[in-house]
Design a protein around this ligand. Structure first.
Ligand SMILES: [Mn+2]
Length: 278
């Protein structure tokens, strides 16, 4: 049987982009959908993100570092002196105010790593490394040995990862195939001209009875104005930052000085202390 698998990752709360990608995949006759983590935050998407995934045949879902950030905040593992922790916690509060309980339960159950067998090919699937869904180990320009770490199981033929928000096709030292589908909701490039293309990224992997028939890296445009309107209508915290991110691709997760100013101005530290009972 021929499998036409959509590889989707790093939506980061951008339901407008996810919707456009799923519509394109349906038109394209995709049969399976694999989700590689980072569905939520900092965008306004909540239940609608899970409903979009539920509307198609999701057969794989691994946990991204932002899902772990979400769970850390629920566990009250928050450094109140760190502006980024306050930022993430306030976004988790925003989500918790509306997110259905069964979606929270699903996040808690997500695995870090999965292996799938498709027509005799063994495929490793993780957000980043097998047991580490965060950090810069697999940045595109890093050394080959870092990428070889994706093959913990030497019998794997293909490794699929996400996290860097950049579309990548390369090989291990032993010639195994490595695919990164890029980011649906928050694409990134170090190179300005490439970074200015903010369309939603994903990949389609086609496996027939002979082997890998096709790997397609795709981009689709989506309704950015509608996404910004969603953020405004839902009173998304850090709205200005999200609006700028949608228009320029710039992210602020680690801009401590700017986050600190916003947190102080809007009294977000006090608000999360109260909300999470810290
Ligand atoms: Mn991500």
């Amino acid at each position: 049987m021929k499998h036409k698998i959509a590889l989707l990752a790093d939506v980061h709360g951008n339901a407008s982009a996810l919707k456009a990608v799923i519509e394109a995949c349906i038109k394209d006759g995709v049969t399976d959908y694999w989700f590689l983590g980072d569905l939520i935050m900092p965008g306004p998407g909540g239940n609608n993100l899970f409903e979009l995934l539920d509307s198609v045949n999701i057969t794989t879902f691994v946990k991204g570092n932002w899902e772990d950030c979400f769970l850390d905040v629920l566990d009250k593992d928050i450094d109140l002196e760190n502006a980024t922790d306050i930022y993430v916690s306030r976004l988790v509060q925003y989500l918790c105010e509306n997110l259905d309980d069964h979606h929270i339960k699903l996040i808690k159950k997500l695995p870090l790593h999965l292996t799938k067998q498709i027509n005799g090919l063994s495929i490793s699937i993780s957000h980043n490394l097998h047991s580490k869904n965060y950090g810069g180990d697999l940045w595109p320009t890093n050394s080959q040995e870092n990428f070889d770490q994706l093959f913990v199981n030497e019998d794997d033929d293909i490794a699929i990862y996400a996290h860097t928000h950049q579309q990548i096709l390369r090989y291990s030292s032993n010639g195994q195939l490595i695919i990164n589908p890029g980011s649906v909701g928050q694409p990134h490039s170090k190179w300005n001209k490439l970074h200015s293309d903010l369309r939603a990224q994903y990949a389609v992997l086609e496996i027939d009875k002979t082997g890998v028939a096709e790997v397609k890296f795709k981009k689709v445009a989506y309704d950015v104005e509608n996404e910004i309107k969603n953020a405004i209508d839902n009173n998304l915290p850090y709205l200005d930052l999200y609006q700028e991110m949608r228009e320029t691709g710039k992210t602020y997760t680690h801009d401590i000085d700017l986050l600190q100013k916003i947190n102080d101005r809007l009294n977000y530290k006090r608000e999360i202390i109260n909300y999470f009972g810290l």
